[in-house]
Design a protein around this ligand. Sequence first.
Ligand SMILES: [Zn+2]
Length: 250
Amino acid sequence: MTPLPAFSDNYLWLIQFGALAWVVDPGDANVVEQALSLSHLTLKGILLTHHHADHVGGAASLQQHWRCPVYAPDSSHPSYQTMQTIPVHAGDSISLLPDGILSCEVLALPGHTLDHVAYYVNQQHLFSGDVLFGAGCGRLFEGSPAQMYASLQLIAALPVETLIYPAHEYTARNLAFAQTIEPDNRALHQRIEKTQWLRNQQHPSLPTPLSQELATNPFLRCEQLRQRPEFQSRSALDVFTELRTRRNDF
Ligand SMILES: [Zn+2]
């Protein structure tokens, strides 16, 4: 899995197998074409998580060039109308390479947008789009807090070894916010140091193991946060809603 940096803070993720590749959320076709050409790769297909332009912007042009399938949420959004998509639904299984070498399962994760899906490759790698970020979660543009909270709970229930590949490099900022919520969380301090080091070397802070998110991402820790005096007698969903609002103003 190779992150291709694009725009100011996006990662377009390349799923590579030998000389073949799939790309998740190609917002910029040129960035993908350059990477393919540099490594002599053939693009076999495209996976889209949701309809925002920085995720779908390059898909039509890549499809035209490579004559490859584009899997996308089942939605009538105009973003998808410039290309031929294969609509996906929760529980669908997509074969990325023949003979079961590489396949993925579709998870429906509404909240950031209503049509948001994630792709769970070989039950190990989760491409989470704009739902889960390093130490944070996406903004609620279309869905309710309850929908987003349920989507995050679905991710939290995956095996803790799952590696998560978010579409943006927001980790450092999210960690700074997390520290305002849990200043005494030791795992959080360690992650802040590690992330600073990675970012100083211009390395991505991602992917991130689910175990790390469970220990440091406040949006996955609403149950634990209810132990804190500040949040006592609030429901976990209430805590989540409060955190999301605070993060918007952070
Ligand atoms: Zn988005």
